[in-house]
Each structure stands twice: as C-alpha cells, then as structure tokens.
Design a protein around this ligand. Structure first.
Ligand SMILES: CC(=O)N[C@H]1[C@@H](OP(=O)(O)OP(=O)(O)OC[C@H]2O[C@@H](n3ccc(=O)[nH]c3=O)[C@H](O)[C@@H]2O)O[C@H](CO)[C@@H](O)[C@@H]1O[C@H](C)C(=O)N[C@@H](C)C(=O)N[C@H](CCC(=O)O)C(=O)O
Ligand SMILES: Nc1ncnc2c1ncn2[C@@H]1O[C@H](COP(=O)(O)OP(=O)(O)OP(=O)(O)O)[C@@H](O)[C@H]1O
Ligand SMILES: N[C@H](CCC[C@H](N)C(=O)O)C(=O)O
Ligand SMILES: [Mg+2]
Length: 489
C-alpha cells in the first residue's frame, strides 16, 4: 500500500517528507525486525523507549516512522534519509488505527468473539473454536497457548498480541476462509490499546478476581481495563456476561450492546443448574427460554460448566441448532494443561494452569470434590517472577490448607531470585505440611515418588507451558512430560 493512501485514512498531527511514492508492505514496532518497506512505530515501553531506536530503523532502510515525541530525533536526520516523519498523539493508539486500515479492517470481515476475564479465557476460546468448526464454520483463535488460522498453529508470546499482529492474524484468517475468530482479550491488551478499533460481534466476560496488581495497581483499575471491551461494543453486538460475578453489571454499564447473562443466578438468560463432575468430565443443565438443555463436556470442574455455557450461549445467539451446539461441546477436546489428567493407574496427576489465588482454590476444590477427603492430595506449585507479588503468600496458604502435602517450587522466576519468591510463598503457610524444592523437576519427581498409590497430585501454574524461564533464558520444561517420565519409572 502507498503510504499517502494510508495517511489519508488515519488521524495524524503532522507529516513531514514525501509520502507519495513510499510503498509500505509491513508494520513493525521493533527496529530489530524491519526492512526498507516497513512502517516503523516508535513506542514508549516499560523497559525502554522505541524512540531511541528510530535511527537504528533508518539505518536498516526504513523510510517512514510514526512517533509521538517529535523531538526524539532532529529533522535533519529524517531529511538525510529522505524519510517521512509522522507525528501522532499516541503511538499505541495510532498503531491500532493504522493497522486496522493497513489490513483493510479484517475484524469487520469475520465474526469476532472477544473473551475477557481473570480466568477461563483460553478454555472458553477453545470451546468456541471447536463449536464453530464442528458445525462447519472455519475458525481462527488468538490466545495464550497459540494462535490458529484454521488448523495452522502459529507460536505466540502474549495472550493478546500487539494490534498490528492481531490485524495481521485476522487478515490471514479472512484470506484462509475463516468466518469466525475467538480471541482472548487480556486486561493488559485493553489498557495498552492493542484491541482498539476491532469490531467485536460478541464480548464474553468470564469473571474477575485479583491478579496483575503489579501492572494495574488497584482492583478498580483492573476492572476499568476490562470494561473497555464492553464500552467499545457496537449496538449490534452482544455482551455475554457471567451474572454470578459481583462485578458483571459494572462492566456492562453504559454498553451499547445487547446484554445476555449466563450463570446460576435467577437473572441469567442462560441459567446453569445441576452441575456434577468427575474425572470423566462435567454434566450440567442449561435453561434458556424455558427449555432445558442437558450438556456434557470432557473438561473437568464446576468452572468448566460456566466456560462451556458461555460458548453455548454464543452458539444459540448465532442461531446454530441447539442439538448441534450440544454435540459440539461434548466433542470439544481437552485444552492442553487445563485440569488435564495424567493417569498412572490409581495415582492421578492433574496438570493445571492455575497461577492465581482464585484459580488455585478452584482447582483444589474440584480435586477435593472428585476424590473426597479419604485420598491424599499433593500440590506442587510456585509463583512467577516479575509478576504480581501479592498473590504469593495467599497461594501458599490456599495450597497448604487445601492439600495434605505441598511442594513449593519454581515457576518462571524470570529475573528474580527463585528462593526469594519461594520465601514469600512460604510466609503465607501456617501448617507444617510443606517442603521446599527449588528445582521443579525434582519437586515433581519427589511428589510422585513419595506419594501413596491412590494419591492425587495437582501440578499447578504452568499448564501447557513448555519452558522454565530463568534470568531471561527459557529452557525446555513441561510439567506433563516430567509427570509422565516419573510416573513410568
Ligand atoms: C507490559 C507489556 O505488555 N509489555 C510488552 C511490550 O513491551 P514494552 O511496551 O514494555 O516494550 P519495551 O521492551 O519497553 O520496548 C519499547 C519499544 O522499543 C522497541 N525496541 C526495543 C529494542 C530494540 O532494539 N528496538 C526496538 O525497536 C520495542 O519493540 C518496543 O516497541 O511489548 C513487547 C513486544 O510485543 C512485549 O513482549 C511485552 O510483553 C512482556 C514480555 C509481558 O510480559 N507482557 C505481559 C505482562 C502481558 O502483556 N500479558 C498479557 C496478559 C497475560 C494474562 O492474562 O495472564 C498478555 O496479553 O499477554
Ligand atoms: N471460569 C473459570 N473460573 C475460575 N477458574 C477457572 C475458570 N476456567 C478455568 N479456570 C482455572 O484457571 C486456569 C486457567 O484457565 P484458562 O487458561 O482458561 O484461563 P485464562 O483466563 O486464559 O488464563 P490466562 O490469563 O492465564 O491465560 C484453569 O487451569 C483452571 O484452573
Ligand atoms: N500470561 C501470564 C502467565 C503466567 C503463568 C505462570 N506460569 C507464570 O509464569 O507466572 C503471565 O505472563 O503473567
Ligand atoms: Mg489464557
């Protein structure tokens, strides 16, 4: 696309240089990853400032730069490189707007279902993708585990990518014939304008409990970030919200979209009742418009009835035949690392991505509900470094109170000292039922080897992750592979 054509369709404060003949074939926010046809966006980040790398980008051939701080580099340097300098109010917002125009507003060409909430985003997005595909609608997915264009899997580093990557993915989906996309929308993404300008058809709210306080600082800010998704919905969209969550009404206050509620509450349009679950899956009933629907999913736990119902609601609102939707949910596969059972005969290992206080409690409640109090329950977990510290002692207390024995270990210490993280976890533990083993493989091995043959071992925090990140270096590590290895020894 010619740069001037793009500039005619976006808001800018000032353009210097000749945009007429410049051909743009890609958008980049990283000077390490540009070529002569890139449009480079200088973003003020948390670690560094992209404005410092404009010169770098120009040296690599970039001839058009979007920036918010016009004094970052003298005009003579732009002139020297015959580069176009585009000044905007806010580079992140501009990135979203330019990306939408550059890719031809792909979110308008696909049915886009956003899923936000502290927990359940990945699971609900997977339910939706398999529901669409099972009923003959090719679909994509953007989320924590990976991004998918139909069956093609693309690696990801973030739950919700940057706005140019989202638009790139949606464009690829449209071109590949996808009619639907389910997308996890994190609070970071909403706050950092990654989802601006997207045309959502549905926005699902799963729940909100404390997390990411390192970033948002207060619960109120966290809630406000989630609310952005519902504030941006157009009139013809639907907000599908968990009516049982005390903050649900606040999120949809003022939304233009139609509000549809699910949950056990009497007020729910899709009312969930009679939830039962075992290691074989979850059964429940949904009442909608005075009709009762019996549902089953392979996914285990009370909360998965909620995740499945959110998807069920979207299916019915899309006018897909209810029986087909029910079959699709029944057929929906295990989501990697989400209450995933690895069986060693009677001994059961459950790999779960619970890495917040609430989700650890939910996961342990589910374990206790299934196996009762007679079988020993072990929990192996740690807390991530460079992340919310307030959850560490709380998770320690929950693990210790709800398990027979706890192994406190490492979970991506990142740039923090692993033993300092563990100390903060241990501060919350009041019972003498824990052991510290910093090395995660050793902790899992020990839990498996010392546990009784009818024990249930919950390995929490990493789920699908296939790495352990220490000091910025990721080395291959998988809870599931490790569990299988020691179960089979
Ligand atoms: C807080 C946050 O969202 N940070 C993300 C952000 O980094 P940043 O804005 O701080 O960027 P920075 O490193 O300061 O650099 C500033 C700019 O200079 C550029 N640069 C830098 C170096 C260079 O040589 N050249 C160059 O151009 C960078 O590309 C960037 O544009 O942009 C980076 C590039 O896309 C992301 O990798 C990074 O995610 C970090 C790793 C991260 O941990 N993000 C987490 C907190 C996150 O976003 N999580 C949410 C939610 C997860 C959940 O729900 O549990 C998610 O959606 O994933
Ligand atoms: N609806 C829910 N309510 C509470 N807990 C849930 C719910 N769904 C899943 N969980 C728990 O949270 C864990 C993570 O689930 P999931 O990956 O679906 O959430 P997420 O919102 O995508 O999380 P993240 O932000 O970390 O990517 C699960 O392994 C399970 O323990
Ligand atoms: N998307 C989340 C995942 C956390 C998973 C846990 N294993 C950890 O490292 O804390 C984050 O980056 O904060
Ligand atoms: Mg997720």
């Amino acid at each position: 696309m010619k740069l001037n054509e793009l500039l005619n369709n976006v808001r800018v404060k000032q353009v210097t240089g000749n945009a007429e003949e410049k051909e743009i074939t890609n958008i980049s926010i990283d000077s390490r990853n540009v070529n002569e046809n890139s449009l480079f966006f200088a973003i003020e980040g948390f670690k560094t400032d992209g404005h410092k790398f404009i010169q770098d980008a120009l040296n690599k051939g970039v001839r058009a730069v979007v920036l918010q701080n016009p004094a970052a580099l003298p005009d003579q340097i732009f002139e020297h490189y015959s580069a176009v300098k585009i000044v905007v109010e806010d580079s992140r917002k501009a990135l979203a707007e330019f990306s939408d125009r550059f890719f031809g507003s792909p979110s308008k060409k696909i049915k886009l279902v956003g899923v936000t909430g502290t927990k359940g985003k990945t699971t609900t997005a997977f339910f939706l993708k398999s529901l669409f595909e099972y009923t003959g609608r090719k679909a994509g997915l953007i989320g924590t585990i990976a991004n998918y264009i139909g069956d093609e899997e693309l690696k990801t580093m973030l739950t919700t990518p940057q706005s140019h990557e989202i638009n790139f993915l949606l464009d690829r989906m449209v071109k590949a014939g996808c009619r639907y996309c389910s997308m996890e929308v994190s609070s970071h993404a909403l706050d950092l304008h990654r989802a601006d300008y997207l045309d959502f058809d549905y926005a699902i709210f799963t729940n909100i409990t404390s997390d990411h306080m390192d970033y948002h600082l207060t619960f109120d800010n966290y809630l406000k970030a989630k609310k952005i998704l519902f504030d941006m919905l157009p009139e013809n969209a639907a907000a599908v919200i968990n009516a049982d969550d005390p903050n649900a009404n606040e999120l949809v206050r003022g939304t233009k979209a139609k509000v549809v509620k699910y949950g056990a509450s009497e007020k729910a349009d899709f009312r969930i009742k009679e939830i039962t679950y075992s290691l074989e899956g979850t059964d429940f009933v949904v009442v909608y418009k005075n009709k009762e629907y019996k549902l089953h999913t392979k996914l285990i736990g009370h909360f998965n009835a909620y995740n499945a119902t959110a998807a069920f609601a979207v299916g019915l609102l899309e006018s897909i035949d209810a029986d087909e939707v029910i079959r699709a949910i029944k057929n929906s596969p295990q989501v990697p690392g989400r209450f995933e059972v690895v069986s060693g005969g009677e001994k059961k290992i459950i790999i779960d991505y619970a890495h917040t206080a609430d989700s650890l409690m939910q996961a342990l409640k589910a374990v206790r509900n299934i196996v009762g109090n007679s079988r020993p329950v072990y929990t192996v977990f740690g807390c991530g470094g460079d992340r919310d510290r307030s959850k560490r002692p709380i998770m320690g207390r929950i693990a210790s109170e709800m398990s027979d024995k706890v192994f406190v270990t490492s979970d991506n210490p990142r740039t923090e000292n692993p033993s300092a993280i563990i100390d903060e976890i241990v501060q919350g533990i009041k019972k003498d039922n824990y052991t510290v083993i910093e090395n995660r493989e050793e902790a899992i091995k020990k839990a498996i080897q010392m546990s009784e043959k009818d024990a249930v071992i919950l390995i929490a925090g990493k789920g699908h992750e296939n790495y352990q990140e220490i000091n910025g270096v990721r080395t291959h590590f998988s809870d599931k592979e490790t569990a299988v290895k020691y179960l089979n020894l």
